[in-house]
Design a protein around this ligand. Sequence first.
Ligand code: NAD
Ligand code: UDP
Length: 331
Amino acid sequence: MSVAKVPVSGRKSVLIAGGAGFIGSHLCEILLARGHRVLCVDNLQTGTEDNLRHFEREERFRFIEQDICSPLHPKLKIDQIYNLACAASPPHYQEDPIHTMMTSVVGTRNLLEHAALFGARFLQASTSEVYGDPEQHPQRETYWGNVNSIGPRACYDEGKRAAEALCFDFRRLGKVDARVIRIFNTYGPRMQPDDGRIVSNFIVQALSGEPLTVYGTGKQTRSFCYVSDMVRGLMRMMAVEPAPKGPINLGNPEEYSVRHFAELIVGLTQSDSKIVYEPLPQDDPQRRRPDIGLAKKVLGWEPKVALAEGLLPTVEWFARCIDGRSERDRA
Ligand code: NAD
Ligand code: UDP
């Protein structure tokens, strides 16, 4: 991604909630490279300070360990807020489902109130999960979704839907210029090896010679977007004028079955691992692929990194994590 610096006059103070996480840390890095001031607010639930290590000495960077369910200090003056705070992996967000829901509802409200205080622009990281187990394929932004409001994924799906509603209420009331991006499955370096999502599980299993655990028949589909493409899209959404009317999907529209994806990882890592089948988690969406027509039209955005290209640095990242782990075990 090009990292042309903004002139000092264009320098902004940007708050990234969830900045110590996978996508958030890449966003911190690119905004710092562009010359902005970055304030990362994170409770380190699923993010780590290691993700911030290589720019923590940068004087334009500040980290505050805080849960967004508590209001921010009212003197933290900012120009823009990206809200990425929320565990994204199903096993993690289901560990403490009430906190997950509160993060999206109370946390998003706190950040919106803070944006209103300073006239800051706001971008909410929503999700393809607002479409639930979709009956329309591919998913367009006009589709209202098919979510089980009482199932184990509801804390995340319904929380994110409520956060979208809050954003558009703050906007209708003229309080905040709020924008919403619906992120589809995104992968890349800095995902945690024990994150529990498909990309981390399969790569770690393949590199460790363990069986790849396909849930259900493996016929369910997902589409995988490389993190640099995602971050470029988020920044484009923050910058575009005027504010787009509604939410916009960001993701890579190439669709793979879970089984095909497992075979691809075994091939790419030249692993001897077998594929095993385990029960499908409740309410696991059967098909998922974004329609990115709106992103192309309104943001001039489309993904540039093909899956085979993006998986290489991702596999290298997990190989380094595994090496680090075994070195620590030996010490
Ligand atoms: P992640 O789990 O790596 O990052 C989330 C970050 O938020 C972590 O650093 C975590 O510690 C922090 N956090 C969680 N609850 C918090 C709270 N109450 N207060 C402060 N910090 C909190 O996940 P990610 O993959 O980087 O996802 C980032 C955002 O994008 C999330 O909001 C997620 O819902 C959304 N998203 C991601 C994907 C994906 O495939 N990666 C897909 C759809 C949506
Ligand atoms: N999955 C799988 N094995 C794993 C992890 C995930 O088969 O070890 C499946 C999961 O059931 C789902 C898909 O892969 O159908 C994507 O799961 P993930 O947890 O990455 O995110 P989701 O898209 O469901 O939020």
